[in-house]
Design a protein around this ligand. Structure first.
Ligand code: MGD
Ligand code: MGD
Ligand code: MO
Length: 768
């Protein structure tokens, strides 16, 4: 086997600090950015990092920020502005050709803008004109369901609460959000199995765990502060195993910026002990093998199962039917290795399963989550110290936005409460999620699109069709901090509203406001920006929503009358008092924050073994898809038109580089994967050799979608990576047009971004 270039250096450490410093400089953010970094994730009076949703480590003496958090802050705090002068210089036609990197570096949006088709440019507009245009267009719709309101998970709780209230007061539940593309299979399955769709662990559990199974996650890049926790757990004697088609090199050694010896004497902590290098989409098959062995060999917790669970016999019967041949084929792992893993699970008194997008973004995403939960239930690992389910959320407040009611399928009891508190009817019909909304947009059924943050058309599948559909609407409204691709496809009217970022100070007539977020482990944390806003023209997300509501709900429509929009935007304590009345679990919200300025943990029934499920017990669930699903799809795809030999059929997974935050591209360097470009296709060196190809070759990627249409990307440049056989990887979002709107998990409808069957064809050689 050929040697793959490995990243032998520890993760984090000096290269990370150097990279952060470079980033602050490249963003023209040194003074503003460095001041704000010192206040990031600090217990009192600072802001919660707008990066990922990993909880704060609460050590008051240290700076609890990571390299990639600093990049996000640098991006927010940059002094350059994409202002009227900028837009006067660049037509939309020109900007449409810009890369994500260029758009990101154009600077902060700093005044309200509307698109002027005569000049093909964005031009300034007053806030008042913008609000009137929005209110008029919404009021003129035949039906509120002709409007759609997207949210991205950066938005803090208070504006999120106001947003869902405004949208529902208008009369629709059309509220797709980034969760639909992210941890929706987790939310759906955990709710079904445990009664609540959230992590059952806290950080303290990580200190006590004896075994951590890390599924489909790359924390060194996406949750770097988690490395510190993993290193700590490892130091306490915990075994950590990564289940991933890739050997993510940065998971092996960690240089902790908080430890002086690591920085000056080149020491490092160890983290992951082993990698189970499964096939793409092979997780449910692997877990089936583990569960089958545990049940067959009586290594399960029968007391817990009989007291706390339902449907064990159905799972047991199903496990019996699964053959080891299918398990091996589906997972790509041989029986002996699966038994070794099962033995570790059997011996562990405290097991945490933690997971990311490698689990959820598959057609079998819900099955994967179900099998993880099944494993924890078989072992009685819910509601005990050091154990449990730890889905690691993406955006810093994606979990909180959901809790606040950003949901296209709200529960009836949530709506009942809103009606009681605000004394007006709320729409009951389910709204559109991301893929349904995109289809409705493409079918011309959506006349007004509004995005509160995010970059909908790049994050979703079928980007080009969505962008084309956006040009057919009556109005698109974007509330954002930075220019992005979705803003460049104007409908009849197109408005950009610049919002205050999380690091900036929010001062209202009622004084300086702080907001709150909910992290991945149900901790409600206050966040307060300190920096002077980049422009006086900015408004907070909450103020923008309140202003739209005030213009929208005129006497004629008289939907309003009971909701003090302006007062809530000016005084977040008042908003929190309403949240306390409307959302269960938030009783005495303000008082609890006063008593615990660092925040508080939301009650989590499954942690105390209360099961708010259909059966009143924790539920085992049998997977819906055959465990060989991914492999069967792959061999089906061998019949593609365009495929020349079975060897050219691959599964493609799409991942984040070390230098991006979702669709925001900070730079081109993926340090841990040895590349400084984004148009790469990663493949194992043995596979490159098998194909007779070379590193640097140009490869076209073709995918036949569910409507038998060919989607083509490339050429991409072949690059080496230690990745499973038959698997290739490339970067999101450049790949997103390969993905169609029909390839998704069945209930959550999360697109299968992580398992795409593709045909590869060499179109040019390295030397050329
Ligand atoms: N710096 C930075 N931080 C971020 C983000 C960012 O873009 N940049 N994004 C935020 C968001 S919104 C999210 S959701 C999270 C995402 O955090 P992650 O979930 O870590 O993100 P991904 O890069 O999508 O990759 C997940 C991992 O899944 C693996 N994988 C692919 N297919 C499979 C499979 O079939 N099975 C298994 N077991 N593994 C597989 C890949 O090899 C990769 O290691 O990070 C958040 N934090
Ligand atoms: N192929 C592929 N596609 C994927 C994924 C994948 O792994 N592979 N991952 C999916 C996942 S997990 C997610 S979460 C989605 C992400 O989808 P989104 O959340 O839609 O995307 P982002 O790139 O995070 O959005 C960035 C934009 O948000 C705006 N913004 C930033 N901060 C603020 C703020 O404080 N206020 C306001 N109003 N706006 C702000 C800025 O204008 C910025 O341009 O992508 C999904 N798409
Ligand atoms: Mo995400």
């Amino acid at each position: 086997m050929r040697k793959i270039p490995v990243y032998n250096h520890p993760a984090a450490g000096w290269p990370a600090l150097a990279s952060s410093a470079r980033k602050l400089m490249s963003f023209n953010a040194v003074a503003r950015g460095s001041r704000s970094v010192l206040r990031g994730n600090q217990p009192e009076g600072g802001f919660d990092c707008p990066g990922c949703a990993w909880p704060d480590h609460k050590s008051p003496k240290t700076i609890d920020m990571c390299e990639n958090g600093i990049k996000v802050v640098a991006s927010e705090t940059m002094a350059t502005r994409a202002d009227a002068d900028f837009f006067a210089q660049h037509s939309l036609k020109e900007l449409q050709k810009w890369s994500g990197y260029q758009l990101e570096h154009a600077g902060r949006l700093s005044e309200p803008l509307r698109y002027d088709s005569a000049q093909d440019r964005y031009v300034p507009i007053t806030w008042e004109e913008a609000y009137q245009c929005i209110a008029q267009n919404l009021q003129q719709l035949d039906n509120p369901n002709e409007a759609m309101f997207y949210t991205s998970g950066r938005i803090t709780n208070e504006p999120a609460f106001l947003f869902q209230l405004m949208v529902r007061s208008f009369g629709t539940n059309n509220m797709p959000d980034c969760s639909n593309m992210c941890h929706e299979p987790t939310s759906v399955m955990l709710a079904k199995q445990l009664g609540i769709g959230k992590a059952t662990v806290t950080l303290e559990d990580f200190s006590r765990a004896k075994l951590i199974l890390l599924f489909g996650q790359n924390p060194a890049t996406n949750h770097p502060r988690m490395l510190e926790m993993l290193a700590h757990s490892h130091h306490q004697g915990c075994r950590i195993i990564s289940i991933n088609p890739m050997r993510e090199q940065a998971l092996f050694k960690f240089r902790n910026p908080q430890k002086p010896l690591h920085m000056v004497a080149s020491q490092s902590d160890k983290m992951v002990d082993e990698v189970v290098q499964i096939r793409i989409g092979g997780d449910a098959a692997l877990l089936t093998g583990v569960a089958k062995w545990l049940v067959a060999n009586d290594h399960i917790n029968t007391d817990f199962i009989s007291t706390h669970t339902a449907h064990f016999t159905a799972l047991e019967a199903w496990l019996e039917q699964q053959s080891w041949a299918d398990i091996e084929q589906g997972s790509g792992i041989d029986k002996a290795q699966i038994i070794t893993l099962a033995t570790l699970v059997a011996a562990s008194p405290a097991t945490i399963c933690t997971w990311g997008m490698g689990i959820t973004q598959h057609v079998q995403g819900e099955d994967n989550v179900a099998m993880i939960t099944n494993l924890l239930l078989l072992m009685g690992m819910i509601g005990v110290e050091g154990a449990g389910a730890s889905p690691v959320r993406g955006h810093s407040n994606v979990q909180g936005d959901r809790t606040m009611g950003i949901h296209e399928r709200p529960s009836q009891s949530f709506l009942d409460n809103l009606e009681k508190v605000f004394k007006q009817p709320m729409p009951r019909e389910h709204g559109f999620d991301v893929v349904q909304g995109a289809k409705a947009l493409i079918d011309g059924k959506i006349k007004v699109f509004m995005g509160l943050g995010g970059n909908y058309s790049m994050a979703a599948p079928d980007c080009k069709s969505i962008q084309q559909a956006l040009t057919q609407t009556k109005l698109n409204v974007f509330v954002g901090t930075k220019l992005n691709e979705t803003m460049l496809h104007p409908g009849a009217n197109n408005i950009i509203l610049p919002s205050l970022s999380r690091t900036e100070k929010l001062t209202t007539a009622k004084g300086v406001q702080f907001a709150t977020i909910e992290d991945s482990m149900c901790q409600i944390v206050p966040t307060q920006g300190r920096l002077a806003p980049i422009s006086d023209a900015l408004k907070s997300d909450a103020q923008i929503i309140a202003d739209i509501a005030t213009h929208l709900f005129t006497e004629d429509r008289s939907l309003d009358g009971h909701i003090p929009w302006q007062a809530m935007a000016e005084d977040f304590n008042l908003t929190r008092d309403y949240i306390a009345k409307a959302i269960s679990g938030f009783e005495d919200f303000n008082q609890r924050l006063q008593a615990a300025p660092r925040g508080f943990h939301l009650f989590h029934p499954a942690r105390v073994r209360q099961w708010h499920t259909k059966s009143g017990k924790a539920e085992f669930v049998v997977p819906q898809y055959p465990i060989t699903y991914g492999q069967a799809q792959l061999s089906d795809s061998a019949n593609y038109a365009g495929g020349t030999s079975s060897e050219s059929h691959w599964q493609l997974t799409t991942v984040r580089s070390h230098d991006q935050f979702n669709t925001t591209i900070f730079g081109y360097e993926d340090r841990y994967r040895h590349t400084s470009r984004r148009d790469v296709l990663f493949m194992h060196p043995d596979e490159i050799k098998r194909m007779g190809w070379q590193v640097g070759d140009q490869i076209m990627v073709t995918r036949q979608d569910s409507k038998q249409q060919q989607r083509v990307l490339g050429p991409l440049i072949l690059s080496e990576m230690d990745i499973a056989a038959n698997a290739v990887a490339a970067y999101y979002p450049e790949c997103n047009d390969l993905i169609d709107l029909d390839t998704h998990a069945p209930d959550s409808r999360t697109p299968a971004y992580k398992s795409l069957n593709v045909v590869l064809e060499k179109v040019g050689s390295a030397a050329a």
